[in-house]
Design a binder for this molecule. Structure first.
Ligand SMILES: Cc1cc2nc3c(=O)[nH]c(=O)nc-3n(C[C@H](O)[C@H](O)[C@H](O)COP(=O)(O)OP(=O)(O)OC[C@H]3O[C@@H](n4cnc5c(N)ncnc54)[C@H](O)[C@@H]3O)c2cc1C
Length: 503
């Protein structure tokens, strides 16, 4: 049924909908339930449970403000909390992706977000074993200076320009993805295979392995191992080129390379505005710990009601509440979904996506410590580690910005010492090693449990619908984990909820 069947004076009664969480997938689901043309005439009462203290998902949960104790960041900074989502994600965040601009402008109105160009950036490939930068690349790739280009061709031959083919394929995918995330897109998306079909235009990229994709583009093993792998491999186990789908490889390589058009504004502020505009009851610090069908007498499964789900949560008031429809929108909740769906559910335990953790450690120093390639002339702002086991699984160390300490022992007032803020992304916790480095003056570490999903090629994908009145956005992680994909999953699930309510 389309919206014309539901004029506003004949509204469907309010439906109690509960969802966690307040990450991009959850916010997207709420946004589409409120604003998509298909939802016209349906009035949802939306409650959002968020285990963390802020809206925006894993990127916004990183805060340098300790709970209740004021800032832990000892530097002068204009912002209240000086570590932003943009600092955590690095330069690829939102670059080239109109997700939070187009979509959010549709909801909030106005043209607050500007696009602007950033200069190209050097990326150094550092070997912890050889203690030197072994290769330099330019982001974006097509701005590589001629001399560097010739050096790459000497080293990798035709793979250097053939890699462009992979990046164009990735750019094309991003465009299709952007077109699909716009709320005005007409096609109703049913499940992950349908998303893939609309994304890929019928190609088999999601079903082929990355090695096959590389062969198809004529990219040599040496180029893949020495150039692409440090860019796209992240997790200690799951996100390795040989095990990836071609789609995951192309998207990760494309995101690494995208570096010119950047959406302005602040991610965390934007998602907070969005959540406010949606008029949902957002409960922060409320962790969902169980979900089960509501039973009429509190226990007998035979007398359970058909449509309501009982949610158990910690924090934020009542400990159990019943809802008509539930959307689970966070990585790592498969165990809840599987248990709730029971034997009749459509999700099998072995279909749950596996994740690797990421450790993000910010630190300050007057210059980049030698162990990360510093101390030897000009250092590129981003360093990728080529043999990451050598330094405790470090993938990347990047320069974030200059900072000025509030106070520093031995420094006279009025003579501030400029220091530099760096971000280190690793598969293991490197904070102890960093703390023992005499050059490091401050450090802040967070572990992200569900950062890197297993994105191996599949022939079948789990579905968004788990059981009657119960959905999950997690199947999207079998394609990849990015803001755009989560936004798309939220939209797809919202579409299914609307259809279920209108039936
Ligand atoms: C270091 C790093 C860099 C990244 N860089 C980029 C990038 O540059 N570009 C990009 O597109 N993507 C990037 N990503 C990936 C991006 O952050 C994720 O793809 C995206 O946040 C996933 O959104 P989501 O809504 O699906 O899940 P999440 O962002 O994980 O949101 C889920 C939310 O659910 C909450 N939650 C979890 N369990 C419960 C529970 N039991 N009850 C209630 N609430 C719960 C969590 O607190 C969280 O807020 C990066 C990720 C990391 C870790």
């Amino acid at each position: 049924m389309d919206s014309a069947s539901f004029p506003t004076n004949n509204r469907i009664p309010r439906d109690r909908l509960r969802k966690h969480s307040a990450g991009p997938a959850g916010i997207s689901a709420a946004a589409h339930l409120r604003n998509s043309p298909a939802a016209h005439g349906v009035d949802f009462e939306i409650t959002v449970f968020e285990a963390g203290l802020s809206i925006g998902g894993q990127l916004a949960q990183f805060s340098s403000v300790s709970e209740g104790d004021g800032p832990v960041f000892p530097y002068n900074d204009n912002a209240l909390d000086p570590l932003s989502a943009e600092d955590v994600a690095g330069p690829a965040l939102l670059w080239g992706s109109p997700l939070f601009t187009r979509s959010s402008e549709d909801i909030l109105g106005g043209d607050a977000v500007e696009f602007f160009d950033l200069p190209s950036q050097k990326v150094g490939y550092y070997s912890g074993v050889r203690h030197q930068i072994v290769l330099q690349m330019t982001r974006p790739y097509d701005q590589t200076p001629t001399w560097d280009w010739l050096g790459l061709v000497w080293r990798y031959g035709a793979s250097v320009w053939r890699a462009r083919g992979l990046l164009s394929e990735a750019a094309d995918l991003s465009e299709r993805l952007a077109a699909n995330v716009a709320p005005s897109a007409a096609a109703a998306i049913a499940d992950v295979p349908a998303i893939l079909a609309s994304l890929l235009g019928g190609t088999a990229l999601a079903h082929e392995g990355a090695p096959e994709t590389l062969r198809r583009h004529g990219i040599s093993e040496a180029y893949a191992a020495e150039v692409l792998a440090p860019q796209v491999e992240r997790g200690a186990q799951v996100q390795r080129v040989p095990a990836m789908s071609g789609l995951a490889l192309a998207m990760a390589a494309g995101r690494e390379d995208a570096g010119r058009a950047r959406a302005g504004g602040d991610y965390a502020a934007r998602v907070r505005e969005l959540a406010k505009a949606l008029g949902a009851d957002v409960r922060l610090n409320s962790k969902v710990v169980g979900i089960e069908r509501e039973t009429a007498d509190g226990g007998d499964k035979e007398t359970r009601t058909a449509t309501r789900w009982l949610l158990r949560h910690e924090g934020g008031g009542a400990e159990a509440e019943a809802f008509d429809k539930v959307i689970m929108a966070a990585p790592g909740l498969e165990w809840l979904v599987v248990r709730a769906a029971g034997v009749n559910g459509s999700i099998e335990t072995d279909q749950a996506v596996e994740f690797d953790a990421a450790h993000v450690t910010f630190f300050t120093a007057s210059e980049l410590p030698g162990r990360f390639g510093g101390g030897d002339g000009a250092v590129p702002p981003q360093i990728l580690f080529v043999d990451d086991d050598a330094e405790g699984g470090i993938h990347e160390v990047a320069y974030v910005r200059e900072v000025v300490p509030h106070h520093r022992d031995g420094v006279a007032d009025g003579a501030p010492v400029v220091e530099h803020l760096y971000r280190c992304v690793s598969g293991a916790d490197v904070s102890e090693a960093l703390a023992s480095d005499p050059g490091v003056t401050w450090m802040h570490h967070r572990r992200f449990d569900h950062a890197y999903p297993l994105t191996y090629p599949r022939t079948s994908y789990p579905s968004f619908g788990v059981d009657d009145g119960l959905w999950t956005t997690t199947p999207i992680y079998s394609v990849g984990s990015s803001l755009d994909l989560s936004w798309l999953a939220g939209r797809a699930v919202a579409q299914q909820v609307i259809e279920a309510v209108k039936k």
